[in-house]
Design a protein around this ligand. Structure first.
Ligand SMILES: NC(=O)C1=CN([C@@H]2O[C@H](COP(=O)(O)OP(=O)(O)OC[C@H]3O[C@@H](n4cnc5c(N)ncnc54)[C@H](O)[C@@H]3O)[C@@H](O)[C@H]2O)C=CC1
Ligand SMILES: O=C(O)C(=O)COP(=O)(O)O
Length: 390
């Protein structure tokens, strides 16, 4: 039986991917082989000895100690792009909410509940509606910081709304560049983007290099009256700097998905409770993708969409047993493991070895089932981190 411990609300369609006869799944599972979670913070949570893998049903992995887990041979997965459309649509809502007095005007209408005579309603509405005039998105410039799964979708949406789009992403992957519309103008630096944009939307991961990317210095470059949208992470924007820029009349509005006490009850701030990915569709996409990736890793040792281990996937050779092991990415380890197999007369049918930064992963299909002693001998090779026979 494989054991999967869940955190957070995981869509049933994802949980259904674990066949009941082979998996125990639940929030109180002891000795888990895997964790399946969303935003649960794992820093500070004890790492069970049994843990082989963590699947983050979502994009951001700042809630997982990715490097530390890698050193322990724990493979961390995420689900790239699975919730991007949900975030894109909320970014659009954020742009509209910041441009039209939607909430204030709705509240005004509700405040008219005391009017007894229906004939009084229309004159009141027509008299006061000028308080709620706004601006259109068409023709304005949107600056997108981070042009990955979400940023590229936001760009397409904005172009379709008749906006001009400029983007900044100095570490854009080749795949992401292929996805991007050629109508997005590339900015050489953040300051140039901020100086040109009427709306600025942040779509970068929360890593050391993006901490407080929006700060007093960068906000000094922002176009007067611009709207800043942060559906990425709290740490990317220095909230104190945002408050100062709003008070100084520079920044026009701040829309964010990460409320903090200092951001509440401010007329120029629209804050939401981290609901970017909270749609039925996105929750299902993420849960199904995360569960599929976990099953393939636990049962076959295949790794797809990991954030700490290399991508590696090998068809099972019929009638063989499979040994999978992780190791520090130093020379000679695979050779020593193959010597162990040769000494024990275990014949290799097929194998694959991939590395990523400090870590490597190997899949070896062998003719005869290796005994526990062979697995132990592989585990004893210097720099081997973890071994499984599956
Ligand atoms: N509000 C919410 O519920 C959600 C928030 N997110 C957040 O959005 C982030 C982005 O998500 P995806 O687009 O799916 O990820 P992604 O990995 O597809 O895209 C991130 C992009 O940021 C770029 N980037 C990295 N460092 C940069 C820098 N210093 N300057 C400019 N660009 C930089 C990367 O090259 C990449 O193209 C996630 O890491 C997560 O923190 C994601 C999903 C839901
Ligand atoms: O995928 C992400 O990075 C998110 O922020 C979504 O978080 P959630 O799964 O809704 O808790």
């Amino acid at each position: 039986m494989y054991k999967v411990r869940t955190y957070n609300k995981i869509a049933l369609s994802g949980l259904d991917r674990f066949p009941r006869q082979a998996y125990e799944v639940g929030s109180d599972i002891a000795h888990p082989d895997a964790f399946l979670l969303r935003s649960q913070k794992l820093q500070g949570i004890e790492v069970p000895q049994s843990l082989l893998a963590v699947a983050r049903a979502g994009a951001g992995v700042n809630n997982v100690p990715v490097a530390e887990y890698g050193k322990l041979g724990i493979v961390v997965f995420n689900t790239p792009g699975a919730n991007a459309n949900a975030v894109k649509e909320l970014v659009m809502a954020g742009m509209l909410l910041s441009s039209r007095a939607i909430v204030d005007s709705m509240n005004f209408v509700q405040s008219l509940g005391d009017l007894k005579d229906p004939a009084e309603m229309s004159p009141r509405v027509e008299k006061e509606k000028s308080r709620f005039a706004g601006n259109e998105l068409k023709g304005k410039t949107l600056g997108i910081v981070g042009l990955g799964a979400i940023g590229s979708m936001v760009a397409e949406m904005a172009l379709a709304m008749g906006m001009k789009v400029v983007g900044f992403d100095p570490v854009l992957s080749i795949d992401a560049a292929w996805r991007l519309s050629n109508e997005v103008s590339r900015m050489e630096n953040l300051q140039s983007l901020l100086a040109r944009s009427d709306y600025v939307s942040m779509h970068v991961p929360a890593v050391d290099g993006t901490r407080h990317m929006i700060n007093n210095d960068t906000l000094a470059a922002i176009k007067s009256g611009a709207v800043l949208l942060n559906f990425a992470r709290e740490t990317i924007v220095d909230s104190a700097a945002v408050l100062q820029s709003l008070a100084a009349g520079r920044l026009g509005k701040y829309v964010c998905d990460f409320p903090e006490p200092c951001l509440l009850a401010h007329p120029q701030i629209i804050a939401m409770p981290h609901i970017g990915a909270s749609t039925e569709e996105s929750e299902e996409n993420c849960a199904v993708m995360a569960a599929n990736q976990l099953v393939d890793y636990l049962e076959n040792g295949n790794i797809v969409n990991s954030v700490n281990f290399p991508t590696i996937s090998m068809e099972r050779s019929p009638g063989t047993s499979r040994i999978v092991f992780s190791n520090d990415n130093v020379s000679g380890v695979l050779g020593q493991v193959l010597s162990v197999l040769a000494e024990n007369k275990v014949n290799v049918v097929d194998m694959m070895n991939k590395s990523r930064a400090e870590l490597a992963f190997n899949i070896v299909d062998v003719e005869t089932p290796p005994g526990d002693d062979v697995a132990r001998a592989i585990g004893a090779v210097e720099h081997v981190i973890r071994v499984r026979v599956i």
